[in-house]
Write a protein that binds this ligand. Structure first.
Ligand SMILES: [Zn+2]
Length: 356
């Protein structure tokens, strides 16, 4: 398919958390978090416990809408909602389909419920439920992978069971890897299990020669926000893609930031290095090649885009269907999604208050 110079194929976000779309404005932790584990425990692991199927639906729908509004037609999602496990992946898939965005989702299996020391010793009931949600979704024909939260919150038994489920369905594992120093043992623990179709999100604290197979996903904005450190993504021999880790799905913006961070570290670098990550993303979600985005900017070239802010899609065609025309989303009532999502967010924040 030939593209004009103001067009691209659909953008792919290679690591997203659609469940976090409602988190903006949520009540903050009592004390400022001092470490990556503090951030997880005081923010994200509270939010995921407060989710129910209704809040998951509106969170995914808002996230999918915001993705489409930035030209992203394909999302590789990683989900967790320990008090609403069963059916959660279908709710996410349904919300995305209604908006007209393609999604590949998974449930992040973990042994951290109930909380234990890291890594947990054996497989918990919570992990079993997560494993079964992945199995249910995949066996019903859902487009997905098998999710793992991260090696440090999983027992060896859980890691092995997740890997064999992924093999059974001929899909990869989607997991966080060495995002924080607390997960430094991930490479050693996953080494004998990993495959080329795995998605390894972050990899900040991986050794250069870590031995894991799979695509490393670089999430520059999230890593900066969590003070996780700079992943130096060019040092890996693995393919490297680009994700947002749940902070929207604007891939042109993430590209721009990824380039600025790369260049800060090495003045000889070029935007092409990060643009290539978007090409890796396209390989992870090949259906994106059937989608066409026509942009507001006349030249979709990495050297232009690195220094051009506010580039927006004008028209989007997904699988032959016009989902945006002249900047207007055609598939859903945008105002309705925003107001229902705001209602769902205030309910969610109330629940968070009760939980704390
Ligand atoms: Zn993540």
């Amino acid at each position: 398919m030939d593209l004009a110079i103001n067009q691209t194929h659909g953008m792919v976000c290679a690591h997203h958390h659609l469940y976090s779309s409602l988190a903006r404005g949520m009540p903050g932790p009592e004390a400022p978090p001092l470490s990556f584990l503090d951030i997880l425990e005081s923010i994200w692991w509270k939010l995921d416990q407060a989710l129910d199927l209704e809040s998951i639906y509106w969170s995914a729908k808002l996230g999918a809408l915001e993705a489409l509004e930035t030209g992203t037609t394909c999302i590789i999602d990683h989900h967790e909602s320990p008090n609403a496990v069963e059916g959660s992946l279908s709710v996410i898939a349904e919300a995305c389909t209604e908006v007209g965005v393609r999604v590949n989702t998974c449930y992040g299996i973990t042994d951290r419920h109930p909380a234990s020391s890291f890594p947990p010793k054996s497989m918990t009931e919570g992990a079993r439920r997560g494993l079964e949600e992945n199995r249910r979704f995949l066996s019903e024909g859902g487009k997905g992978m098998v999710g793992l939260h991260a090696a440090f919150t999983c027992s060896d038994e859980t890691l092995a069971n997740a890997a064999s489920l992924a093999k059974e369905f001929n899909v990869g594992i989607h997991t966080h890897v060495a995002e924080g120093k607390i997960d430094i043992a991930a490479a050693e623990r996953l080494n004998s299990l990993s495959q080329d179709d795995w998605i390894l999100a972050h990899g900040v604290h991986l050794e250069n020669e870590h031995g894991l197979r799979g695509t490393v996903i670089h999430n520059p904005r999230s890593n900066m926000n969590n003070s996780a450190g700079y992943a130096k993504p060019k040092r890996f021999s693995n393919p490297v893609g680009l994700g947002t880790d749940g902070i929207g799905a604007d891939m042109i913006d993430e590209f721009r930031l990824g380039y600025a961070r790369l260049r800060e570290n090495d003045v000889t670098e070029s935007p092409q290095a990060i643009w290539e990550m978007l090409e890796i993303n396209a390989g992870l979600f090949p259906e994106s090649q059937q989608d066409i985005v026509t942009w507001s900017y006349p030249n979709m070239d990495p050297w232009h885009l690195a220094f051009s802010l506010g580039v927006k899609p004008r028209d989007i065609v997904v699988a032959g269907k016009e989902v945006m025309k002249d900047g207007v989303v055609m598939t859903v009532d945008v105002d309705e999604i925003r107001s229902k999502a705001a209602e769902a967010a205030s309910k969610l924040f109330k629940k968070l208050d009760e939980l704390s």
